[in-house]
Write a protein that binds this ligand. Structure first.
Ligand SMILES: [Zn+2]
Length: 391
């Protein structure tokens, strides 16, 4: 299956001239929606002139107008772990110049945890992106994967505020974990069947012991699952004021912080990833939902204004509300700030549903397609002494 898809893609690439989807001399430089060039997802020629913001936006609109074309399918909300794995492999083949991926560990149920590496791996600075750390928030994995495809396809022509993507990603390398909690995602999408048999009784016990509305069926309960396969909320499992976090005292679908800080393999993998990188300057945590941005964990003066500025910049772009109130919940972003002095924000995409429906994807996409270039541009705009003072 994988091989067939790759083969088709490569055949499509070979059959099309590189400039097939560009209207030379047109106003936007973007192809019409019937253009077979986009469907093939081939890289564009680095010789092409860099696009304006309007032209980059037109490409983003085009990408969303054809939800099943390209590599990452955004026509259905239930983007699975298997699809993500296959897409990472395809992206790494088609865009091998600027992208690779590798394992950073194994989940509680035995799924490989992947990080995608976008841009120049020798860059002096790195930014870590984590999505789908909560199971039911799988649209964040789909968004992150579609962003990856977009930046790779338009690597040499796309731009953010006049800066070409190529320049941004050459100077700052992104380490993207699109599915930080693959077991949780698969429980929310496919229920108990997604787990090895020996892990199922614990989940059934969670349903029995967790306080929830009496009318919530087991199926619905599972579809709202946030934790990992051990019933630990991974975004409450980090060693950042972990003792102070007062959530559930037993495994359940959310808010159980685990038996000890970083008890879970998924948490350990993220910690090891951060520790393996020489100069992480920011952490971006993508969640759903609420259209808000959390930035305040009571961090020290070393990162506070940089983090607040980062959150403001994102808010200006996607229109999400800044939450200034301090909250501490042993999350990845708390740990990044408090234990590693790395500025971190949490962006909550979408609104109005615990599990975001497919219909919200176009809105979410247009609000956030340039989130990573924006992040790179923001940190490049800060004088070096400030952005790396914490190291
Ligand atoms: Zn979340």
């Amino acid at each position: 299956m994988k091989i067939n898809r790759l083969l088709l893609l490569l055949l499509a690439l070979a059959a099309l001239p590189l400039t097939s989807c560009i209207q030379t001399g047109g106003t936007t430089g973007i192809s019409s929606s019937s253009d077979p060039g986009y469907t093939s997802g081939e890289p564009l020629s680095p010789e092409l002139p860099v696009w304006s913001a309007a032209e980059t936006l037109a490409a983003a609109e085009e990408m969303i107008d054809m939800p099943t074309s390209g590599i990452v399918d955004v026509s259905r909300a239930d983007y699975s772990y298997e699809e993500m794995t296959e897409d990472l492999q395809t992206l790494a083949v088609v865009y091998d110049e600027h992208f690779s991926y590798h394992s950073i560990g194994t989940s509680a149920a035995g799924r490989t945890l992947y990080v995608g590496v976008l841009g120049n791996p020798d860059a002096r600075r790195q930014i870590v992106v984590s999505a789908a750390i909560h199971g039911r928030e799988y649209m964040t994995a789909q968004l992150t994967m579609k962003q990856l495809e977009f930046y790779l396809r338009y690597y040499d022509v796309g731009s953010y505020q006049g800066i070409p993507y190529s320049e941004l990603f050459e100077q700052i390398c992104f380490y993207i974990v699109p599915m930080t909690n693959p077991d949780g995602v698969m429980i929310a999408q496919q229920g108990l069947e997604s787990l090895p048999e020996e892990m199922r009784p614990l989940i059934e016990e969670c349903y029995e012991t967790e306080e929830h509305d009496v009318f919530v069926t087991f199926e619905t309960y599972l579809s709202r699952w946030k934790a990992n396969a051990n019933g630990v909320d991974l975004n409450r499992n980090y060693d950042a004021r972990w003792e102070e976090y007062d959530g559930a005292d037993h495994p359940q679908s959310y808010q159980y912080k685990g038996p000890s800080p970083a008890s879970e393999p998924e948490t350990q993998a993220m910690v090891a990833l951060m520790d393996s990188l020489p100069n992480v300057i920011a952490t971006l945590c993508v969640h759903s939902q609420g259209e808000v941005i959390y930035w305040n964990c009571g961090q020290g003066e070393d990162t506070r204004s940089t983090t607040r500025g980062f959150a403001e910049e994102v808010s200006k772009r996607n229109g999400y509300e800044l939450i200034d109130e301090q909250n501490n919940d042993a999350s990845l972003s708390d740990w990044s700030e408090l234990e590693r002095s790395v500025p971190a924000i949490t962006v909550e995409i979408g609104k109005g549903a615990l599990v975001l429906p497919t219909e919200q994807f176009p809105t979410v996409w247009l609000e956030n397609y340039d989130l990573l270039p924006l992040t790179a541009a923001y940190f490049l705009s800060i004088p070096d002494e400030v952005s790396t003072a914490q190291f």
